[in-house]
Design a binder for this molecule. Structure first.
Ligand code: SAH
Length: 215
């Protein structure tokens, strides 16, 4: 059993602050959330390493830095309704739940969302709502959202998600070919959508009606 608290603070300093993560709320949340709780037992010793890790079903928990970049881009102040597509381990969900009012999270693989829900409830989170299904359709009944985050790589930006974005809201999403993408931040300004690219990245594919087709 490693000294997780010490490793976590070192991760925040070396992997986040020393790069370009400056939002004190993001740094605070990542210094607080126990990433080892979201990682399979075999990988717990590696929970604070600078890389993604396998979580089963061919999926991964994102690298801490990528979680931080995406969260910082959402510019959360605490009052937002946030939609997350790709619950996976639930680690990103926990960070979002600490920084916003309520998180709606969608995952297509039932075993993963069930496990994530158990982990998050055990940690005491009460402001997260879970949906099993195709997140490329968004979550229409709960829209609009001030923040939308997609944690799987999309071939293009799903129009459904743009339509569920609140005025001034931000969508953060990796877009591009199957094995390498660009992280985009899309900001809604009336009928206009301002697109900014943030960084290169590699995500597992977003599979669904408005994503990649399943083989
Ligand atoms: N944020 C998660 C990342 C998990 S990997 C974490 O750090 O643990 C991406 C997740 O997106 C996978 O669990 C995958 O099953 C899920 N996914 C892929 N396509 C999806 C879709 N159309 N709807 C919902 N989830 C999807």
């Amino acid at each position: 059993m490693g000294d997780f608290q010490k490793e976590r603070l070192a991760m925040v300093e070396e992997q986040l602050r020393r790069r370009d993560i400056y939002d004190p709320r993001v740094l605070g949340a990542m210094a607080k959330v126990s990433r080892q709780s979201f990682v399979p037992a075999d990988y717990q010793a590696a929970a604070y390493e600078d890389r993604p890790l396998p979580i089963g079903e061919g999926q991964t928990i994102s690298q801490p830095y990528m979680v931080a970049v995406m969260t910082q881009s959402l510019e959360l102040k605490g009052k937002e309704r946030v939609l997350e597509i790709g619950t996976g381990s639930g680690y990103q969900t926990a960070i979002l739940a600490d920084l916003s009012q309520v998180v709606f999270t969608v995952e297509r693989i039932p075993t993963l969302i069930q496990k994530a829900q158990m982990t998050l409830e055990a940690l005491g989170y009460r402001n997260i709502f879970f949906l099993t299904g195709d997140g490329t359709k968004g979550w229409q009944e709960k829209a609009p959202f001030e923040g939308i985050i997609v944690t799987a790589g999309a071939p293009e930006i799903p129009k459904t998600l743009l339509s569920q974005l609140a005025e001034g809201g931000r969508l953060v999403i990796p877009v591009g070919p199957r094995y390498t993408q660009t992280l985009y931040k899309v900001t809604r300004q009336g009928s206009r959508f301002q697109e900014d690219d943030i960084t290169g990245c590699v995500f597992v594919p977003l599979l669904g009606d408005y994503g990649w087709k399943e083989e």
